[in-house]
Ligand binder design. Structure first.
Ligand SMILES: O=C(O)CCC(=O)C(=O)O
Length: 260
């Protein structure tokens, strides 16, 4: 299915779009089973601890390759890939695939440009401008959240992804990083994203966003981050690769989207 120019415009303006019911009930229950297995296994292997960690990175090489490839094959339906490709006007390449499974943890107001401190800028190509990259439209990066349970953890500030930030917004972003206080209510124009199990939220990584749950509900959400395949990807330096066997077990159209 191709969606309308109106939807694309909406994405560019607001920085997010919600697609309802991406998975059938049967697909959802299969995904929950595999996701439960991955969570159990990661706790057993001490890849994460229930109390401290909030996410499992599926690139972790401690996992049995079959679980991970089964999960990716089930989760990344062609339909989702096509939607994302339309939004960023490019084929996709993976940056990070996570399952977020916490019930309790908050995440402060931020934009996903945090690589700036962690990456060696001298490795950027000469013609790459970070400033231009941040405001380009269509943007060459996209994230999506697909909750396996009803999920209202995410808050966003629509339209904040490409415009100049207000001083108050900058203050909250900086302040919250320093003091580790979420200050949810101080962010003007925030909205809460309400997703039902199996819906899909696609969003611009630079939209101001935070995780804060008002009701502590069970959470298992697929949180995936993609970049445009042929464009320069400033994150490339720290994008991990899949185990070769996991890679080989993926469907053909998925293989083009992962590194190994
Ligand atoms: O928990 C979420 O839904 C969002 C996660 C997030 O914002 C991030 O990893 O940058």
């Amino acid at each position: 299915m191709i969606f309308s120019k109106k939807k694309q415009f909406e994405f560019q303006k607001n920085g997010f779009l919600i697609f309802r019911k991406i998975y059938s009930t049967k697909e959802l229950s299969k995904l929950k089973k595999v996701s439960d297995k991955i969570i159990k296994l990661s706790i057993k292997k001490k890849v994460v601890s229930r109390n401290l960690d909030v996410r499992i990175n599926l690139f972790n090489k401690n996992f049995s390759e079959n679980i991970i490839s089964n999960f990716i094959n089930l989760a990344i339906k062609k339909k989702i890939v096509r939607f994302s490709e339309q939004l960023i006007n490019s084929k996709l390449k993976i940056r990070y695939p996570y399952v977020i499974f916490t019930e309790t943890s908050n995440q402060y107001w931020h934009q996903d440009s945090g690589f700036e401190g962690a990456i060696d800028r001298t490795k950027f190509p000469k013609n790459f401008s970070l400033k231009k990259w941040k405001s380009e439209l269509p943007f060459s990066q996209i994230q999506f959240n697909i909750p396996l349970y009803d999920d209202s953890y995410l808050w966003v500030v629509p339209g904040s992804q490409t415009r100049k930030l207000k001083k108050t917004e900058k203050n909250i972003l900086n302040h919250s990083l320093k003091t580790k206080k979420l200050a949810l209510k101080r962010m003007e124009n925030r909205i809460n994203i309400n997703l039902k199990a199996g819906d899909c939220l696609m969003y611009h990584p630079l939209i101001i966003h935070a995780r804060h749950s008002i009701e502590k509900t069970k959470r298992q959400t697929l949180h995936w981050y993609w970049v445009a395949r042929k464009k320069y990807n400033p994150f490339y330096q720290n994008t991990p690769s899949l185990h070769k066997n996991t890679f080989n077990n993926l469907s053909n159209y998925l293989r083009e989207m992962f590194y190994y």
